[in-house]
Write a protein that binds this ligand. Structure first.
Ligand code: SAM
Length: 287
């Protein structure tokens, strides 16, 4: 039997990085609930938002402190002072796992540097939830998070990822998601499969799988498709015929700066791979 009466806290003062639900409150773990109730300080990305979650579970936090992207360094100092006084601190963000495209990483690094324990209280994470239903059988996945908002920078980023063999996992905001999948089709290749995970764990959860080339039209087909929060999982690149991964990586780097023919010639000279093969690969990628 699990002993729910024992303290969820460690003996020494620690920072607990607590995952909270993405939408469905039932996803808050028993350990997360007990930890948030037991610590001396809860550091939250948005204290008003987090107060609602705490209220829903009848948790009365002893002290709530705001920690967001713009004050993370300053708050780190205050949190280290709390730990020095022997207090326990929990960090939570608005939804999911702190430090995953969310504030927290700097704070964690500072606290560890200061010699205090940092302990995860794992739970919901949108990227992991989407990957868990993507059926990636082999090759693994790479978490990219948000692409740059500006179109030129986004396209450059996509181009540098085009040769990656792992599935790519992106976060995207609703107002950018349609143009983002259009760029993915153009720069990663329209034939690749994309899994669109919308509103995970919420009432209107939707999971759609299609070739990238169809994704922009899917968003345009129904206004509901564009609402909510999204994770995009794009299958990794196929192994290019006769080209090794390193040759394709070099080619992609050169393609960021040079015309296609020059990039293919230089990539062939640097890596010893077939110039014709690299050229054909770059051309297929562009198309
Ligand atoms: N730390 C969070 C995590 O563990 O997933 C992510 C925070 S990031 C600021 C917010 C982004 O996560 C959203 O723009 C969306 O891409 C993704 N996301 C969060 N909740 C989601 C949900 N319920 N369904 C789909 N994507 C979600």
């Amino acid at each position: 039997m699990i002993d729910f009466d024992s303290s969820p806290l460690m003996d020494m003062p620690s920072l607990y990085v607590v995952a909270t639900p993405l939408g469905n409150l039932r996803d808050l773990s028993a350990r997360a609930r007990d930890t948030l109730a037991a610590v001396d300080v809860v550091a939250a990305e948005d204290t008003r938002h987090s107060q609602k979650l705490l209220d829903a579970f009848g948790i009365r936090a002893q002290r709530l402190m705001a920690v967001h992207q713009h004050n993370e360094q300053q708050t780190a100092g205050q949190i280290i002072e709390c730990l020095a006084r022997g207090q326990h601190v929990a960090l939570m963000t608005d939804a999911g796992t702190p430090a995953i495209s969310d504030p927290g990483a700097r704070l964690v690094a500072r606290v560890r540097e200061a010699g205090y324990a940092v302990s995860p209280v794992p739970g919901a994470c949108a990227a992991v939830a989407a990957v868990s239903v993507a059926g990636i059988v082999e090759g693994g996945f790479r978490f990219i998070g948000f692409l740059p908002a500006k179109s030129t920078a986004r396209r450059t980023a996509l181009l540098s990822l085009a040769g990656e063999r792992e599935a790519l996992v992106f976060y995207e905001a609703p107002h950018r998601v349609a143009e983002c999948v259009a760029d993915m089709a153009a720069f990663l290749g329209g034939g690749r499969e994309i899994l669109i995970a919308r509103e995970l764990t919420k009432l209107h959860e939707e999971i759609a799988v299609m070739p990238l080339v169809e994704a922009e039209a899917w968003f345009a087909a129904d206004a509901h498709h564009m609402r909510g929060e999204f994770v995009l999982v794009v299958r990794g690149a196929d192994a290019p015929d006769g080209l090794d991964v390193e040759a394709v990586r070099v080619l992609n780097l050169l393609l960021d700066e040079l015309p296609l023919g020059t990039a293919a010639r230089l990539a062939a000279e640097i890596t010893g791979a077939s110039r014709k093969g690299l050229y054909a690969h770059a051309l297929a990628q562009r198309q």
